[in-house]
Design a protein around this ligand. Structure first.
Ligand code: GTP
Ligand code: MG
Ligand code: ZN
Length: 154
């Protein structure tokens, strides 16, 4: 977790990105440019706000720019309105959650970790080794993948 406002997580973020080429990507107004400014105050990049009308960002950043820093480089990018991944492979999705690898094997192979009994990932959730908010978003995305795979030839 990071916050440009409070400075939470900034040192860990610096340590993680040092010596690498990294980019910030995400929906408009999540705070990518604010984070760039917090890490590199000299940049003074323009930041936007949420529109009351749609509760979405205003697409303040209009181009991607690479800034050398911390022995590597950081790229600020324009935000998108909606995130819709092209592939909907549930196995690839699970690979995006490194926490899942700490789980005991689930009772059923190919477990989606949603409603199946004997699920190791659900146990992680119970002992607080998996963030409930991250898990809730995983369930939402996984259900969307299943829905879109079922309807891909409609
Ligand atoms: N409360 C709070 N607000 C933040 C934080 N980071 C950014 N904001 C606010 O969120 C709004 C959008 O920030 P930006 O940095 O412009 O967001 P962005 O992701 O670069 O947006 P685009 O350039 O449109 O893609 C601004 O009003 C910021 O002040 C934060 O850590 N806490
Ligand atoms: Mg921006
Ligand atoms: Zn499971």
């Amino acid at each position: 977790m990071v916050s440009a406002l409070s400075g939470e997580g900034l040192q860990e973020l610096k340590d993680t990105i040092a010596g690498k080429v990294c980019c910030f990507a995400g929906q408009s107004a999540v705070g990518k440019s604010s984070l760039m400014n917090a890490l590199l105050p000299k940049l003074d990049l323009p930041v936007g706000e949420l529109t009351r009308k749609t509760d979405r960002g205003k697409h303040t950043t209009r181009h991607a720019q690479l800034w050398p820093c911390f022995g590597g480089a950081l790229l600020d990018t324009p935000g998108f309105s909606l995130y819709e991944p092209e592939s909907f492979d549930e196995q690839l999705l699970q690979g995006c959650y490194p926490e899942f690898t700490q789980a005991e094997p689930c009772r059923f192979p190919g477990c989606m970790h949603i409603t199946e009994p004997g699920c190791g990932v659900k146990e992680l959730l119970q002992d607080g080794r998996l963030s409930p908010a991250r898990y809730a978003r995983y369930v939402e995305i996984a259900k969307d993948f299943t829905f879109r795979r079922k309807h891909q030839y409609d």
